[in-house]
Design a protein around this ligand. Sequence first.
Ligand code: TRP
Length: 452
Amino acid sequence: MAAEQNVERGNWNSKLGFVLAAAGSAVGLGNIWRFPGEVAEGGGAAFIIVYLVCCFLVGFPVMAAELTIGRATGKNPVGAFKALSKSKFFPFVGFWGVLCGFMILSFYTVVAGWTLSFFFEEIFYFIGNEQLVNYFSQLDNGLKNAIFSSLFMIATIQIITGGVSDGIERVTKVLMPFLLVILIIMIGYVITLDGAEKGLELYLKPDFSKVTTDVMFDAMGQAFFSLSLGMGALITYGSYLDRKSDIPQAAAYVTLADISVAVIAGLLIIPAMFVAEASGIAIFAESGALKSSTTLVFDVLPQLFHTMSPIVGLLFGGTFFLLLSMAALTSTISLLEVPVSYVIDERGWRRKSAAWALGGTILAISLIISFDIGLIDFIDTIFSTVGLPLGGLLIALFVGYIWTTNNALMEMEDGTENFDKSFFYKFWPYFIKYISPILIGIVFIRTIMELF
Ligand code: TRP
Protein backbone atom coordinates (compact mmCIF):
# COMPACT_ATOMS: atom_id res chain seq x y z
CA MET A 1 0.00 0.00 0.00
CA ALA A 2 2.39 2.67 1.22
CA ALA A 3 6.13 2.31 1.55
CA GLU A 4 7.08 3.58 -1.93
CA GLN A 5 5.69 7.07 -1.54
CA ASN A 6 8.82 8.46 0.01
CA VAL A 7 12.37 7.70 -1.09
CA GLU A 8 13.63 8.69 2.34
CA ARG A 9 11.75 5.75 3.89
CA GLY A 10 12.88 2.50 2.29
CA ASN A 11 12.19 -1.20 2.71
CA TRP A 12 13.86 -4.34 4.02
CA ASN A 13 15.90 -6.22 1.44
CA SER A 14 15.16 -9.70 2.64
CA LYS A 15 13.00 -11.54 5.07
CA LEU A 16 15.95 -12.70 7.11
CA GLY A 17 17.31 -9.17 7.19
CA PHE A 18 14.09 -7.93 8.72
CA VAL A 19 13.87 -10.65 11.34
CA LEU A 20 17.49 -10.06 12.30
CA ALA A 21 17.00 -6.30 12.51
CA ALA A 22 13.93 -6.70 14.70
CA ALA A 23 15.72 -9.28 16.81
CA GLY A 24 18.68 -6.89 16.98
CA SER A 25 16.37 -4.23 18.34
CA ALA A 26 15.06 -6.61 20.95
CA VAL A 27 18.39 -8.07 21.98
CA GLY A 28 20.35 -5.47 23.88
CA LEU A 29 21.45 -4.30 27.28
CA GLY A 30 18.06 -5.52 28.50
CA ASN A 31 19.05 -9.13 27.87
CA ILE A 32 22.66 -9.16 28.93
CA TRP A 33 22.85 -6.55 31.64
CA ARG A 34 19.36 -6.41 33.12
CA PHE A 35 17.91 -9.91 32.72
CA PRO A 36 20.55 -11.95 34.61
CA GLY A 37 20.32 -9.65 37.62
CA GLU A 38 16.56 -9.99 37.75
CA VAL A 39 16.79 -13.77 37.47
CA ALA A 40 19.27 -13.93 40.30
CA GLU A 41 17.01 -11.85 42.54
CA GLY A 42 13.74 -13.40 41.42
CA GLY A 43 14.31 -17.02 42.30
CA GLY A 44 16.35 -18.28 39.35
CA ALA A 45 14.36 -20.57 37.11
CA ALA A 46 11.16 -19.50 38.86
CA PHE A 47 11.63 -15.96 37.51
CA ILE A 48 12.36 -17.36 34.08
CA ILE A 49 9.04 -19.21 34.09
CA VAL A 50 7.10 -16.07 35.04
CA TYR A 51 9.05 -14.11 32.43
CA LEU A 52 8.23 -16.64 29.72
CA VAL A 53 4.54 -16.40 30.57
CA CYS A 54 4.71 -12.58 30.19
CA CYS A 55 6.53 -12.88 26.86
CA PHE A 56 4.13 -15.40 25.38
CA LEU A 57 0.79 -14.18 26.77
CA VAL A 58 1.42 -10.45 26.40
CA GLY A 59 4.62 -9.74 24.49
CA PHE A 60 4.10 -11.94 21.47
CA PRO A 61 0.48 -10.86 20.75
CA VAL A 62 1.33 -7.17 21.15
CA MET A 63 4.37 -7.60 18.90
CA ALA A 64 2.18 -9.06 16.13
CA ALA A 65 -0.21 -6.12 16.65
CA GLU A 66 2.55 -3.52 16.32
CA LEU A 67 4.03 -5.09 13.19
CA THR A 68 0.55 -5.32 11.62
CA ILE A 69 -0.26 -1.66 12.30
CA GLY A 70 3.09 -0.77 10.75
CA ARG A 71 2.69 -2.82 7.61
CA ALA A 72 -0.96 -1.82 7.08
CA THR A 73 -0.09 1.86 7.07
CA GLY A 74 3.55 2.00 6.01
CA LYS A 75 4.00 4.76 8.55
CA ASN A 76 5.65 5.87 11.78
CA PRO A 77 3.60 5.45 15.00
CA VAL A 78 1.92 8.87 14.80
CA GLY A 79 1.06 8.61 11.11
CA ALA A 80 -0.08 5.02 11.55
CA PHE A 81 -2.70 5.86 14.18
CA LYS A 82 -3.85 8.83 12.06
CA ALA A 83 -4.26 6.56 9.06
CA LEU A 84 -6.30 3.91 10.87
CA SER A 85 -8.80 5.98 12.83
CA LYS A 86 -10.46 9.37 12.96
CA SER A 87 -9.76 9.54 16.65
CA LYS A 88 -7.73 12.54 17.79
CA PHE A 89 -6.53 10.60 20.83
CA PHE A 90 -4.60 7.74 19.26
CA PRO A 91 -2.11 9.78 17.21
CA PHE A 92 -1.25 11.13 20.60
CA VAL A 93 -0.45 7.59 21.75
CA GLY A 94 1.93 7.40 18.80
CA PHE A 95 3.47 10.65 19.86
CA TRP A 96 3.88 9.37 23.42
CA GLY A 97 5.74 6.43 21.90
CA VAL A 98 8.04 8.74 19.96
CA LEU A 99 8.73 10.66 23.16
CA CYS A 100 9.41 7.46 25.12
CA GLY A 101 11.91 6.37 22.44
CA PHE A 102 13.57 9.74 22.67
CA MET A 103 13.97 9.58 26.45
CA ILE A 104 14.86 5.88 26.72
CA LEU A 105 17.57 6.45 24.12
CA SER A 106 19.00 9.34 26.14
CA PHE A 107 19.94 7.11 29.08
CA TYR A 108 20.46 3.93 27.07
CA THR A 109 23.23 5.76 25.21
CA VAL A 110 25.01 6.45 28.49
CA VAL A 111 24.93 2.79 29.59
CA ALA A 112 25.93 1.76 26.07
CA GLY A 113 28.83 4.19 26.40
CA TRP A 114 30.01 2.26 29.47
CA THR A 115 30.17 -0.94 27.45
CA LEU A 116 32.34 0.81 24.89
CA SER A 117 34.64 2.35 27.47
CA PHE A 118 35.08 -1.03 29.19
CA PHE A 119 35.97 -2.55 25.85
CA PHE A 120 38.89 -0.12 25.57
CA GLU A 121 39.81 -0.41 29.24
CA GLU A 122 40.04 -4.21 29.03
CA ILE A 123 42.22 -4.00 25.95
CA PHE A 124 44.59 -1.48 27.50
CA TYR A 125 44.72 -3.48 30.72
CA PHE A 126 45.72 -6.70 29.02
CA ILE A 127 48.06 -5.16 26.50
CA GLY A 128 49.76 -3.82 29.59
CA ASN A 129 49.79 -0.22 28.52
CA GLU A 130 49.97 1.33 31.96
CA GLN A 131 49.88 4.87 30.71
CA LEU A 132 46.52 4.36 29.03
CA VAL A 133 45.15 2.34 31.96
CA ASN A 134 46.10 5.15 34.32
CA TYR A 135 44.74 7.76 31.99
CA PHE A 136 41.39 5.97 31.98
CA SER A 137 41.24 5.54 35.72
CA GLN A 138 42.06 9.18 36.33
CA LEU A 139 39.51 10.47 33.87
CA ASP A 140 36.56 12.11 35.58
CA ASN A 141 33.58 9.74 35.39
CA GLY A 142 31.23 12.39 34.04
CA LEU A 143 33.66 13.30 31.31
CA LYS A 144 34.26 9.67 30.47
CA ASN A 145 30.50 9.05 30.22
CA ALA A 146 30.15 12.11 28.01
CA ILE A 147 32.93 11.05 25.63
CA PHE A 148 31.73 7.49 25.22
CA SER A 149 28.04 8.30 24.91
CA SER A 150 28.96 10.81 22.21
CA LEU A 151 30.93 8.16 20.33
CA PHE A 152 28.04 5.78 20.66
CA MET A 153 25.48 8.28 19.45
CA ILE A 154 27.60 9.23 16.45
CA ALA A 155 27.84 5.55 15.46
CA THR A 156 24.06 5.22 15.80
CA ILE A 157 23.42 8.34 13.70
CA GLN A 158 25.83 7.14 11.01
CA ILE A 159 23.97 3.86 10.63
CA ILE A 160 20.53 5.51 10.64
CA THR A 161 21.77 7.93 7.97
CA GLY A 162 22.57 4.94 5.78
CA GLY A 163 18.88 4.07 5.74
CA VAL A 164 16.93 0.91 6.30
CA SER A 165 18.49 -1.72 4.07
CA ASP A 166 22.01 -0.34 3.67
CA GLY A 167 22.40 0.73 7.24
CA ILE A 168 20.28 -1.16 9.73
CA GLU A 169 19.93 -4.41 7.84
CA ARG A 170 23.54 -4.82 6.76
CA VAL A 171 24.91 -4.16 10.20
CA THR A 172 22.56 -6.39 12.17
CA LYS A 173 22.86 -9.26 9.72
CA VAL A 174 26.50 -9.62 10.67
CA LEU A 175 26.32 -8.68 14.33
CA MET A 176 23.47 -10.88 15.52
CA PRO A 177 24.83 -14.33 14.64
CA PHE A 178 28.31 -13.30 15.79
CA LEU A 179 26.92 -12.34 19.16
CA LEU A 180 25.27 -15.71 19.70
CA VAL A 181 28.39 -17.66 18.75
CA ILE A 182 30.60 -15.66 21.10
CA LEU A 183 28.17 -16.04 24.00
CA ILE A 184 28.13 -19.79 23.57
CA ILE A 185 31.92 -20.08 23.37
CA MET A 186 32.24 -18.07 26.56
CA ILE A 187 29.70 -20.26 28.38
CA GLY A 188 31.69 -23.33 27.36
CA TYR A 189 34.74 -21.84 29.00
CA VAL A 190 33.20 -20.36 32.15
CA ILE A 191 31.30 -23.53 32.97
CA THR A 192 34.55 -25.44 33.41
CA LEU A 193 35.79 -23.04 36.10
CA ASP A 194 35.56 -23.37 39.87
CA GLY A 195 32.33 -22.03 41.31
CA ALA A 196 30.32 -22.21 38.09
CA GLU A 197 28.29 -25.09 39.46
CA LYS A 198 26.87 -22.94 42.23
CA GLY A 199 25.75 -20.39 39.65
CA LEU A 200 24.18 -23.06 37.49
CA GLU A 201 22.25 -24.33 40.46
CA LEU A 202 20.89 -20.89 41.28
CA TYR A 203 19.98 -20.38 37.64
CA LEU A 204 18.36 -23.69 36.89
CA LYS A 205 16.67 -24.62 40.17
CA PRO A 206 13.36 -22.78 40.58
CA ASP A 207 12.84 -21.16 43.97
CA PHE A 208 9.18 -20.23 43.93
CA SER A 209 9.31 -18.68 47.40
CA LYS A 210 11.12 -15.70 45.79
CA VAL A 211 8.32 -15.03 43.32
CA THR A 212 6.48 -12.20 45.06
CA THR A 213 4.00 -9.97 43.24
CA ASP A 214 6.85 -7.47 42.85
CA VAL A 215 8.87 -10.04 40.99
CA MET A 216 5.94 -10.72 38.67
CA PHE A 217 5.66 -7.04 37.88
CA ASP A 218 9.37 -6.81 37.23
CA ALA A 219 9.03 -9.72 34.86
CA MET A 220 6.30 -7.93 32.91
CA GLY A 221 8.32 -4.71 32.70
CA GLN A 222 11.37 -6.66 31.65
CA ALA A 223 9.37 -8.40 28.90
CA PHE A 224 8.24 -5.06 27.44
CA PHE A 225 11.65 -3.49 27.60
CA SER A 226 13.44 -6.52 26.27
CA LEU A 227 11.06 -7.15 23.37
CA SER A 228 11.17 -3.42 22.40
CA LEU A 229 7.41 -3.12 22.78
CA GLY A 230 5.00 -0.39 23.74
CA MET A 231 6.41 2.63 21.94
CA GLY A 232 5.94 1.80 18.30
CA ALA A 233 9.48 0.68 17.49
CA LEU A 234 7.95 -2.38 15.87
CA ILE A 235 5.22 -0.31 14.18
CA THR A 236 8.10 1.52 12.54
CA TYR A 237 10.00 -1.67 11.65
CA GLY A 238 6.73 -3.20 10.40
CA SER A 239 6.23 -0.21 8.11
CA TYR A 240 9.26 -1.33 6.08
CA LEU A 241 7.82 -4.83 5.53
CA ASP A 242 6.47 -5.94 2.18
CA ARG A 243 3.15 -7.71 1.74
CA LYS A 244 4.73 -11.11 1.28
CA SER A 245 6.03 -11.36 4.80
CA ASP A 246 4.45 -13.60 7.37
CA ILE A 247 3.87 -11.37 10.39
CA PRO A 248 2.89 -13.99 13.02
CA GLN A 249 5.92 -16.03 12.06
CA ALA A 250 8.25 -13.01 12.18
CA ALA A 251 6.88 -12.05 15.61
CA ALA A 252 7.40 -15.62 16.82
CA TYR A 253 11.01 -15.66 15.58
CA VAL A 254 11.82 -12.32 17.18
CA THR A 255 10.23 -13.30 20.49
CA LEU A 256 12.07 -16.62 20.54
CA ALA A 257 15.38 -15.02 19.55
CA ASP A 258 15.10 -12.43 22.30
CA ILE A 259 14.17 -14.99 24.93
CA SER A 260 16.98 -17.31 23.83
CA VAL A 261 19.64 -14.62 24.04
CA ALA A 262 18.42 -13.60 27.50
CA VAL A 263 18.43 -17.18 28.76
CA ILE A 264 21.84 -17.84 27.19
CA ALA A 265 23.27 -14.59 28.59
CA GLY A 266 22.04 -15.63 32.05
CA LEU A 267 23.77 -18.93 31.59
CA LEU A 268 26.99 -17.02 31.13
CA ILE A 269 26.67 -14.18 33.64
CA ILE A 270 25.28 -16.01 36.64
CA PRO A 271 27.88 -18.80 36.65
CA ALA A 272 30.52 -16.13 35.89
CA MET A 273 29.49 -14.29 39.04
CA PHE A 274 30.04 -17.36 41.16
CA VAL A 275 33.34 -18.07 39.45
CA ALA A 276 34.29 -14.55 40.48
CA GLU A 277 33.17 -15.34 44.03
CA ALA A 278 35.24 -18.52 44.08
CA SER A 279 38.30 -16.45 43.22
CA GLY A 280 37.64 -14.12 46.15
CA ILE A 281 35.59 -11.34 44.56
CA ALA A 282 32.59 -10.14 46.57
CA ILE A 283 29.31 -10.56 44.71
CA PHE A 284 26.95 -10.12 47.63
CA ALA A 285 26.28 -6.78 49.28
CA GLU A 286 26.37 -6.50 53.10
CA SER A 287 22.61 -7.02 53.27
CA GLY A 288 23.16 -10.49 51.84
CA ALA A 289 21.46 -9.55 48.58
CA LEU A 290 23.26 -9.88 45.29
CA LYS A 291 24.92 -6.68 44.11
CA SER A 292 23.14 -4.66 41.43
CA SER A 293 23.29 -5.69 37.78
CA THR A 294 25.41 -2.66 37.02
CA THR A 295 27.95 -3.60 39.65
CA LEU A 296 27.95 -7.21 38.46
CA VAL A 297 28.54 -6.42 34.80
CA PHE A 298 30.77 -3.36 35.09
CA ASP A 299 32.66 -4.24 38.25
CA VAL A 300 32.58 -7.95 39.15
CA LEU A 301 33.09 -9.19 35.60
CA PRO A 302 36.14 -7.02 34.84
CA GLN A 303 37.63 -8.22 38.14
CA LEU A 304 37.01 -11.78 37.01
CA PHE A 305 38.67 -11.10 33.65
CA HIS A 306 41.66 -9.67 35.48
CA THR A 307 42.22 -12.96 37.32
CA MET A 308 42.76 -14.66 33.95
CA SER A 309 45.98 -14.98 32.06
CA PRO A 310 46.55 -12.02 29.72
CA ILE A 311 45.64 -13.79 26.47
CA VAL A 312 42.49 -15.46 27.82
CA GLY A 313 41.52 -12.32 29.71
CA LEU A 314 41.98 -10.14 26.66
CA LEU A 315 39.98 -12.54 24.58
CA PHE A 316 37.11 -12.79 27.04
CA GLY A 317 37.12 -9.29 28.50
CA GLY A 318 37.59 -7.62 25.14
CA THR A 319 35.03 -9.70 23.27
CA PHE A 320 32.50 -9.57 26.05
CA PHE A 321 32.35 -5.79 26.13
CA LEU A 322 32.61 -5.53 22.36
CA LEU A 323 29.69 -7.90 22.09
CA LEU A 324 27.71 -5.96 24.64
CA SER A 325 28.25 -2.72 22.76
CA MET A 326 27.24 -4.37 19.49
CA ALA A 327 24.03 -5.63 21.05
CA ALA A 328 23.40 -2.15 22.41
CA LEU A 329 24.08 -0.60 19.01
CA THR A 330 21.40 -2.61 17.20
CA SER A 331 19.00 -1.46 19.93
CA THR A 332 19.94 2.24 19.86
CA ILE A 333 19.41 2.07 16.10
CA SER A 334 15.80 1.02 16.59
CA LEU A 335 15.24 3.63 19.26
CA LEU A 336 16.51 6.46 17.03
CA GLU A 337 14.68 5.16 13.97
CA VAL A 338 11.28 5.85 15.60
CA PRO A 339 11.56 9.64 15.97
CA VAL A 340 13.49 9.82 12.69
CA SER A 341 10.71 8.04 10.77
CA TYR A 342 8.21 10.38 12.42
CA VAL A 343 9.83 13.57 11.15
CA ILE A 344 10.50 12.03 7.73
CA ASP A 345 6.86 11.00 7.24
CA GLU A 346 4.99 13.72 9.04
CA ARG A 347 7.23 16.71 8.55
CA GLY A 348 8.93 15.83 5.27
CA TRP A 349 12.50 15.97 6.58
CA ARG A 350 15.43 14.37 4.82
CA ARG A 351 16.72 11.23 6.53
CA LYS A 352 20.15 12.66 7.05
CA SER A 353 19.02 15.92 8.65
CA ALA A 354 16.50 14.03 10.76
CA ALA A 355 19.12 11.63 12.09
CA TRP A 356 21.62 14.35 12.96
CA ALA A 357 19.12 16.82 14.41
CA LEU A 358 17.26 14.29 16.57
CA GLY A 359 20.34 12.25 17.48
CA GLY A 360 22.08 15.50 18.43
CA THR A 361 19.19 16.61 20.63
CA ILE A 362 19.04 13.25 22.36
CA LEU A 363 22.79 13.36 22.86
CA ALA A 364 22.40 16.73 24.58
CA ILE A 365 20.17 15.01 27.15
CA SER A 366 22.65 12.12 27.40
CA LEU A 367 25.39 14.59 28.22
CA ILE A 368 23.37 15.97 31.11
CA ILE A 369 22.78 12.40 32.31
CA SER A 370 26.50 11.69 31.91
CA PHE A 371 27.24 14.10 34.69
CA ASP A 372 24.34 13.02 36.89
CA ILE A 373 23.73 9.31 36.38
CA GLY A 374 21.12 9.35 39.15
CA LEU A 375 18.81 10.69 36.43
CA ILE A 376 18.87 7.27 34.75
CA ASP A 377 16.57 5.77 37.37
CA PHE A 378 14.13 8.64 37.18
CA ILE A 379 13.85 8.67 33.38
CA ASP A 380 13.77 4.88 33.26
CA THR A 381 10.86 4.76 35.70
CA ILE A 382 8.72 7.26 33.81
CA PHE A 383 9.44 6.25 30.24
CA SER A 384 10.16 2.51 30.52
CA THR A 385 8.42 1.18 33.61
CA VAL A 386 5.32 3.34 33.20
CA GLY A 387 5.58 4.45 29.58
CA LEU A 388 6.01 1.12 27.81
CA PRO A 389 3.23 -0.90 29.49
CA LEU A 390 0.94 2.13 29.09
CA GLY A 391 1.76 2.29 25.39
CA GLY A 392 1.31 -1.46 25.04
CA LEU A 393 -2.05 -1.35 26.77
CA LEU A 394 -3.29 1.42 24.47
CA ILE A 395 -1.96 -0.35 21.37
CA ALA A 396 -3.81 -3.55 22.38
CA LEU A 397 -7.01 -1.60 23.06
CA PHE A 398 -6.67 0.24 19.77
CA VAL A 399 -6.28 -2.93 17.74
CA GLY A 400 -8.88 -4.81 19.79
CA TYR A 401 -11.65 -2.23 19.81
CA ILE A 402 -10.98 0.70 17.43
CA TRP A 403 -9.26 -0.72 14.37
CA THR A 404 -10.73 -4.15 15.25
CA THR A 405 -9.03 -7.50 15.26
CA ASN A 406 -10.87 -8.46 12.04
CA ASN A 407 -9.11 -5.71 10.10
CA ALA A 408 -5.82 -6.69 11.69
CA LEU A 409 -6.35 -10.35 10.78
CA MET A 410 -7.15 -9.36 7.19
CA GLU A 411 -3.89 -7.43 7.04
CA MET A 412 -1.94 -10.39 8.44
CA GLU A 413 -3.52 -12.75 5.94
CA ASP A 414 -1.20 -11.36 3.24
CA GLY A 415 1.96 -13.37 3.35
CA THR A 416 0.63 -16.07 5.69
CA GLU A 417 -0.31 -19.43 4.21
CA ASN A 418 -3.49 -21.17 5.38
CA PHE A 419 -3.89 -18.37 7.84
CA ASP A 420 -7.56 -18.87 8.67
CA LYS A 421 -6.90 -22.44 9.77
CA SER A 422 -4.09 -21.51 12.11
CA PHE A 423 -4.04 -21.58 15.86
CA PHE A 424 -2.90 -17.95 15.78
CA TYR A 425 -5.94 -16.88 13.74
CA LYS A 426 -8.32 -18.42 16.26
CA PHE A 427 -6.73 -17.24 19.46
CA TRP A 428 -4.83 -14.02 18.82
CA PRO A 429 -8.01 -11.82 18.94
CA TYR A 430 -8.75 -13.05 22.48
CA PHE A 431 -5.26 -12.22 23.58
CA ILE A 432 -5.37 -8.72 22.14
CA LYS A 433 -8.87 -7.94 23.36
CA TYR A 434 -8.83 -9.51 26.81
CA ILE A 435 -5.77 -11.33 28.10
CA SER A 436 -3.07 -8.78 27.23
CA PRO A 437 -4.99 -5.64 28.29
CA ILE A 438 -6.04 -7.23 31.57
CA LEU A 439 -2.54 -8.41 32.44
CA ILE A 440 -0.92 -5.13 31.36
CA GLY A 441 -3.64 -3.21 33.19
CA ILE A 442 -2.83 -5.00 36.42
CA VAL A 443 0.86 -4.24 36.02
CA PHE A 444 0.15 -0.64 35.21
CA ILE A 445 -2.14 -0.01 38.14
CA ARG A 446 0.35 -1.72 40.43
CA THR A 447 3.23 0.38 39.12
CA ILE A 448 1.30 3.59 39.63
CA MET A 449 0.28 2.53 43.13
CA GLU A 450 3.87 1.86 43.98
CA LEU A 451 5.02 5.22 42.71
CA PHE A 452 2.65 7.22 44.87
N1 TRP B 1 15.01 -4.13 23.75
C1 TRP B 1 16.23 -3.41 23.93
C2 TRP B 1 17.01 -4.12 25.05
O1 TRP B 1 16.61 -5.13 25.52
C3 TRP B 1 16.02 -1.96 24.23
C4 TRP B 1 15.13 -1.32 23.23
C5 TRP B 1 15.42 -1.10 21.92
C6 TRP B 1 13.83 -0.87 23.43
N2 TRP B 1 14.34 -0.52 21.28
C7 TRP B 1 13.35 -0.37 22.19
C8 TRP B 1 13.01 -0.84 24.53
C9 TRP B 1 12.07 0.12 22.05
C10 TRP B 1 11.73 -0.34 24.41
C11 TRP B 1 11.25 0.12 23.19
O2 TRP B 1 18.03 -3.65 25.46
